[in-house]
Ligand binder design. Structure first.
Ligand SMILES: O=C(O)CCC(=O)C(=O)O
Length: 275
């Protein structure tokens, strides 16, 4: 494994895996749209749903608010979300210990702790009697500072780092790993966070994995949890998002509030919508 990367194929025990799957069965992931009233599609683009349903823990970064993008896009983008369930909190504590052994200095920002989790569902969209496999993620970087950890459940996925330093050369695969069921991947530092993009090229179908989740129009065969760090001062309750952002995400928070006491309380403490 190259320096700055760690891969443990057996990080999650069968017992912990079962607890995570039980928790997954209780949440209601969201189908988010890419754009919103105050962030309309740019010319030539249309409104679209994300390729997959998602759920966030710690703080929710909505696609329509364009996620967390330091140095300029940091305020009013991260909305407080539910805490990690105990099984994930326990695993995160172990991951943080590993990360502190691997990274120091500039690679380990002051105050770093994994307070954010994106839960990505990978599988097939079911629409009009057809199945459309959307189990991939195009090349991108994660902008949250410091190391990022990723736990995978279900079918194995081909995860690649691709070169980004030379224009037009982004397709050159620099490093790749098959992320197996119950594995941990950890990466950080200049090389893997900044110089290269990463992507999920494909997710296999051979392992017979499937998850029965509370999400419509979707068949899930892999679930990935990426744990990240957002400086705590940039995470605010729904009621403290700027008014335009509140308007843009209120519908999502209302959906979440139907099932989640946390989001019901967040909604109740905010201003009532106009009209
Ligand atoms: O699913 C994965 O393994 C990676 C997900 C990812 O790249 C991301 O959430 O930024």
């Amino acid at each position: 494994m190259p320096a700055g990367q760690l891969y443990d194929p057996d990080f999650v025990s069968p017992h912990d895996r079962a607890q995570i799957v039980e928790w997954l069965g209780q949440i209601h992931p969201l189908w988010e749209e890419r754009f919103s009233g105050h962030h309309p599609p740019p010319p030539g683009q249309q409104q679209r749903r994300l390729l997959r349903p998602v759920y966030w823990l710690g703080n929710w970064q909505f696609a329509c608010l364009d996620y967390y993008r330091p140095p300029h896009g940091v305020a009013g983008r991260c909305m407080q979300a539910e805490p990690f369930p105990p099984v994930l909190a326990k695993l995160v504590a172990a991951v943080e210990k590993l990360a502190r052994q691997m990274f120091e200095g500039e690679e380990m920002p002051t105050g770093w702790h994994l307070n954010t989790c994106l839960v990505n569902l990978y599988g097939s969209q079911l629409a009009g009697g057809r199945r459309l496999d959307t189990a991939r993620v195009g090349e991108h970087r994660d902008f949250e500072p410091g190391p990022v950890a990723s736990i995978s459940l279900g079918e194995r996925a081909l995860f690649q780092f691709v070169r980004s330093s030379r224009p037009g050369d982004r397709d050159e695969v620099v490093s790749q790993t098959w992320l197996e069921d119950s594995s941990l991947q950890l990466f950080g530092g200049e090389r893997w966070k900044r110089q290269h993009f990463h992507r999920v090229q494909r997710v296999e179908t051979k392992g017979g994995h499937g998850f029965s989740l509370r999400v419509s129009d979707f068949e899930t065969r892999r679930v990935n949890f990426t744990f990240r760090y957002v400086p705590d001062q940039h995470v605010v309750p729904f009621a403290q998002l700027p008014p335009e952002a509140q308007t843009d995400v209120r519908g999502y928070v209302e959906q979440l509030a139907k099932q989640s006491p946390f989001f019901a309380a967040a909604l109740a403490s905010g201003p009532k919508p106009e009209g």
